[in-house]
Design a protein around this ligand. Sequence first.
Ligand code: ATP
Ligand code: MG
Length: 272
Amino acid sequence: MTPKATPEQIDAYLALFANNPYNAMVAIKEHVQRRSAVTSESISAPSHSETAIITAQSLTKTYKLGRQRIQALHDVSFTIYDGEFVALTGASGSGKSTLLQLIGGLDKPTSGEIIVNDTNLNHLPDAKLSTFRNKTIGFIFQFFYLQPFLRLSKNIEVPSMFAHTKRSIRRLHVKELIERVGLAQQAPQLPKQLSGGQIQRAAIARALMNNPKILLADEPTGNLDSTNSRAIIELFKQIRAEFGMTIVLVTHNPEIAALADREIQLKDGTLI
Ligand SMILES: Nc1ncnc2c1ncn2[C@@H]1O[C@H](COP(=O)(O)OP(=O)(O)OP(=O)(O)O)[C@@H](O)[C@H]1O
Ligand SMILES: [Mg+2]
């Protein structure tokens, strides 16, 4: 049985969405409806819309390293639809992290276009790019680390501290997300007291803090055993079903990739 949102949570969501350009009430209503409609079938069923949310057109990325030029991506084009869960795979050095950085607006392509949530990222000045990232993207980085001296709850709160959200509302949201990823008991602990799987759950909670539309995860199961890896993928699927977000997940592991709706494969910087 999925619990309904409490009036307190609804207030918190209202405040969180207050600065967003779309209607707060609609967003809350949709989330509450989705939550109550989530069943075990809807979690595993691929359920995305026909609306493109990420479009890459002839993306090329060349890094300059002294005199050397490294072509990390070459003529990469694809479309990812709103609500899709896509696995991005390929050997080490094939360009996966580079592509994720372009999708997330952390870096710009050398040529080609990247359109995310109806915004052409090439045309955004840096200040607007950072607003775009805060509002639209949740990152789980390949080398995710928690601040060793901050308790888990504080670590998760950090990204929202820059988003002008009231402290009491932030705390409520942190509490909800920590419970959501199954770490309520670990909230007061320091990172060194957490397992690898718990750290990945913390990374997911932190990425969800600003209610992103798109979750980008770089090898979130990289150093986990197969049981913990599957549990993390299940958590992603539940979150997708509840929040209706789009997920792009980088993995080396074909078994993990097979759990996504679709696989996009890179080889030496090109799609195969
Ligand atoms: N900042 C950078 N400067 C120069 N070269 C880079 C930079 N980042 C990545 N590269 C190069 O671009 C290519 C693609 O790297 P990328 O990190 O995207 O690969 P990857 O598929 O994520 O690999 P892995 O699975 O090992 O994480 C590699 O040859 C890499 O050495
Ligand atoms: Mg990488």
